[in-house]
Design a protein around this ligand. Structure first.
Ligand code: FES
Length: 106
């Protein structure tokens, strides 16, 4: 199973074994990782599942799609490596993915 690594804004590290096909948002919520609110439940309509993707995975993940990019305008302190975690599906290619969580979601 691929491992996804979440690092909170206060540098707590959570290394979670994820199920292929789940989103990295669902993986975090199910594992009790703090810092992702996911108020819309994954419908790409709240921007409270915002994460910062480590540069080493930028190419593998690619950028946000148009709808996600629009929602990222509402994310707190979005940067070029921001993504919405509900829009990232776990696969073996993401083994070792490092995601940093913002200080807050809204
Ligand atoms: S959970 Fe709402 S946009 Fe991702």
């Amino acid at each position: 199973m691929p491992r996804i690594i979440y690092i909170t804004s206060d540098d707590k590290r959570f290394e979670i074994e994820a199920q292929n096909g789940a989103t990295v948002m669902e993986t975090a919520i199910n594992a009790g990782v703090p810092g992702i609110d996911a108020e819309c439940g994954g419908a790409c309509s709240c921007a409270t599942c915002h994460v910062y993707v480590d540069a080493s995975f930028a190419e593998t993940l690619g950028g946000a799609g148009p709808m996600e990019a629009d929602m990222l305008d509402f994310a707190w302190e979005a940067t070029p490596n921001s993504r919405l975690s509900c829009q990232i599906k776990v696969s073996d290619a993401l083994d070792g993915l490092v995601l940093r969580l913002p200080e807050r979601q809204s």
